[in-house]
Design a protein around this ligand. Sequence first.
Ligand SMILES: Cc1ncc(COP(=O)(O)O)c(C=O)c1O
Length: 264
Amino acid sequence: MENIRTVAGICRSNGIPFFLDACRFAENAYFIKKRERGYADVPMKTIVREMFSYADGATMSAKKDALVNMGGFLALNDDVLAMRARNLLIITEGFPTYGGLAGRDLEAIAQGLEEVLDENYLHYRLRSVEYLGERLVAAGVPILRPPGGHAIYLNARKFLPHVLPQEFPGQSLVVELYRTGGIRSVEIGSVMFGRNDSRGVFVPSRMELVRLAIPRRVYTQSHIDYVIEVVLEVFGRRESMKGYRIVEEPPMLRHFTAKFAPLG
Ligand SMILES: Cc1ncc(COP(=O)(O)O)c(C=O)c1O
């Protein structure tokens, strides 16, 4: 909360509107309750209301903390801006009362926003991610610490120190997790953020990460144990793993659609 308050203050004093990417609002609110002094006994709804009170608006991907399969929304305090957004919505997506979604989906979002603040749900959610992190750390697997609420980030640079950034260590790990155990993860490293500068020199991403995002309300502990087993199996033979090269990429946002080939 202190972080939100500080950033909101900086934005306000510089005349910049402050928007929350609110899609993990409930997980973050629960971290505030668990970790931040003075919030242990504050009800979840009160914490969430305080978070949003500092913002001028929010974007929400409802697939996350609204617990639904699809949809989202834009929230704005500025009525004039809201009117312009609403008019744009009508000509692009659909009428405001159904927000470009089926009415059923809007009702599911409303229900999800209620259910997501259940502390038993949030405890199970954050604890299962933390458990995955603990077990990987205990086995020496390099991850970002402390674990967040929705994912474990493997540190591919440390996992595969022999694979150069321009050989995409994160991508190599993503492929191996899928081939070994059918685990789908995502590279957040030099495939996503690396680039060639004006002289054609490769500039790597600051970090080479692999995100294991955990779907909510899907996995039991035995699923998480399976993920641990697969990561450890791959970790055991990391020295034999090789990098990848890009064989096809679009001009923008290559991480979504690029094609790769293994290096020999
Ligand atoms: C914080 C955050 N914002 C936005 C998104 C993207 O949401 P969408 O796929 O609905 O665009 C994600 C996806 O994981 C996310 O974690």
